[in-house]
Design a protein around this ligand. Structure first.
Ligand code: COA
Length: 163
């Protein structure tokens, strides 16, 4: 099995939009229309990546605050086509490496709904630590929802490289 993390382009939007719209994902992940994705893709503060395994896309990651002046980057959205098979972990680990290698980010964070146990487990496996609940931080399908904030800092990532 080969795996590569590549920058996504406008041609990849149909895949990204289909993936975020997969059945069952509506409880966990936001969905943008094409115009919203296009704006983000063209905006320097966002970076879109695709995971490619054996020449096929397996999932995507959208980062916000790429190379930000505050040295803080957010994983805005991540989803894989086939969850629970280790692919999200692979994709996320590659995205984490990309952030710390290609930018000066100090903090990389992600917000998830506290009942998304599968996501939490995958994030912990690639070095994220749960920090606490940000009350009402997501406006999701018309409802203000709490989010669990998870993050990893550059020194933690560096330690993982040497360990
Ligand atoms: C979140 C996501 C990217 C993680 O990727 P993934 O490929 O499913 O993750 P992995 O298979 O690498 O790891 C999942 C872990 O959760 C565990 N798991 C699976 N279902 C679970 C459940 N219902 N409850 C608790 N743990 C669960 C798996 O056993 C695995 O842990 P383990 O390897 O230690 O046993 C993927 O599940 C996804 O796209 N989900 C839908 C969209 C989403 O939730 N996006 C994130 C929004 S913040």
């Amino acid at each position: 099995m080969t795996f590569q993390l590549v920058r996504a382009s406008e041609n990849d939007l149909p895949f990204i939009m289909a993936t975020e719209r997969r059945e069952g994902y509506e409880a966990f992940v936001g969905r943008w229309d094409e115009a919203r994705h296009r704006r983000a893709l063209l905006d320097d503060s966002h970076a879109y990546f695709l995971g490619i395994s054996d020449s096929l896309p397996i999932g995507f990651v959208i980062l916000r605050g790429w190379a930000s002046a505050e040295f803080v980057t957010l994983i805005k959205r991540i989803a894989v086509v086939a969850p629970g098979q280790g692919q999200g972990r692979l994709l996320l680990a590659a995205a984490v490496d990309r952030v710390f290698v290609e930018t000066d980010a100090y903090r990389l964070c992600i917000g998830l709904f506290p009942d998304n146990h599968r996501a939490r487990r995958a994030y912990e496996a690639v070095g994220f630590t749960a920090e606490g609940i940000a009350r009402g931080s997501a406006f999701f399908n018309g409802v203000h929802r709490d989010e669990l904030v998870m993050a990893q800092l550059r020194p933690e990532w560096e330690k993982r490289q040497s360990g």
